[in-house]
Design a protein around this ligand. Sequence first.
Ligand code: F6P
Length: 322
Amino acid sequence: MKRVAVLTSGGDAPGMNAAIRAVTRTAVFHGLEVFGVRNGFYGLLNGLIDPLGPRDVGGILQHGGTVLGSARCDEFHDEANRHAALADLERRGIDALVVIGGSGSQTGSAALKALGFPVIGIASTIDNDLCGSDVTLGVDTALNVAIDAIDKLRVTASSHNRASAVETMGRGCGYLALMAGIAGGAECVVIPEVETTPEEVVAIIRGSFERGKSHSIIVVAEGAPCNLDRLIAYCDEHEPGLATLRATRLGHIQRGGTPTSFDRILGSRFGHAAIECLRRGESGVLVGWIDGHVCTTPLEEIAGKPKQLDEETIRLTRVLAR
Ligand code: F6P
């Protein structure tokens, strides 16, 4: 292997730049040439591929987002487009590809593997919905953004004896909401993995005040059936007495945070490991973090496979909300 390309795909995640930097610096350390693909798989399909050197990745470790740019690319689902992308890589003499991204991106990686191209995936999404990694790049930073917001909301809710509902990202996964609920001391966490009705949420809110609390914090995952919009609509229609309910949708600020030390180190470990895998002839795997170590999992074992949340952690939120 002499030339490797790297791209970032899907939702950006704090720590992606650390991974890009580590891929590049590790490859250069071993005398390889590196190429950066701009805007994810779109760039792969449209030849947005330029040399990447050690100086190009200087001063990026501490910044969120991705210097390569990212995108969602439906065109890459087309087999003919995938073949065209591989033909272009071959024409450029590029021997391998590192894909930094979440579940959708790694489905693309698995498809390239199926066509026989050496590819390494790096587990990167604030959703933490990827099997093959206990925690994915960006989750720690997104979680800290969420709990900073929850801490602020608790201050103002307590001043007015109010309930505050906070929506977190996570697509169909409740991990971010669950952990933000625990770290933020929420009275209630609503996640896709646990069926919850608006009536149940209102009962928890009322119980909080009846037990003498001056606030009630509800963290709602955006993918939960009882999401923020449904909860607000229910309270407007059935619970006018809960006019105290205020709603905050955190949205994309969870993605734009300055990467924490954990995500900087995780991104560095992942990027380094990706090149070391390729150097020893290992490809078609996802680089992830399992039981405190960098591990690899065959891409076909993770593509499209939902990650389960820990039942004990879910139970913890109910116990600690008393
Ligand atoms: O996958 C990461 C994520 O932030 C999800 O949590 C969220 O639902 C989605 O991306 C938002 O996608 P976009 O940035 O394309 O609006």
